[in-house]
Design a protein around this ligand. Sequence first.
Ligand SMILES: Cc1cc2nc3c(=O)[nH]c(=O)nc-3n(C[C@H](O)[C@H](O)[C@H](O)COP(=O)(O)O)c2cc1C
Length: 188
Amino acid sequence: MTLLFVNACMRGEESNTLALCREYLAARPDAEVEEVNLAELNLKPFDGDMVAYRTEKQEAQAWDDPIFDLAKQIAAADEVLIGAPYWDLSFPAALKTYIEHCSVCELTFHYTEDARCEGLCKATKTTYITTSGGIIGDRNYGYDYVCGIAQMFDLGEMRFVSAEGLDIFGADVESILAKAREDIKQLD
Ligand SMILES: Cc1cc2nc3c(=O)[nH]c(=O)nc-3n(C[C@H](O)[C@H](O)[C@H](O)COP(=O)(O)O)c2cc1C
């Protein structure tokens, strides 16, 4: 069972989100974890030249080109874990850039003959773990967007865990994180 860990925890070892993701992974010792560390990968957002290059390779069906590696990897994963802190009402830009790299027609999605967009990924579930300084409430734009992409790619059932209010003056950070750890334990 391949578990793809999309690590958008840009603060590395300082990250509370990363600590929660590690709890999730530790509870799945049998999973074959593949980690994509976005802070280290430093992917470039798509510009005109990159789009032209990728279109040329798509048209030639040159699927062995490295430009398709991330799309093929997420398409093949049995399960996905996304760890991303709540930044500017959503998530770090590196995660959006990663999604751009994964969004490839004929690999992660395609169009049916009746022009419906259909996902091609095989994951049965995707878990999104985040932490935030304040309370996310109904401004969960990052997760909402990821749910849209997950529907487009067919990334299975979506689950969300958060530890919120960590930067609020006087917050009991340890108990907020402990509650999130409990929530993670409840996930199958
Ligand atoms: C660049 C940046 C943007 C942030 N934007 C928000 C925000 O919009 N709302 C919020 O509640 N917290 C915001 N925060 C606070 C983080 O969500 C919070 O500190 C989080 O726990 C950091 O996660 P980490 O420990 O995994 O890095 C922001 C922090 C940074 C560094």
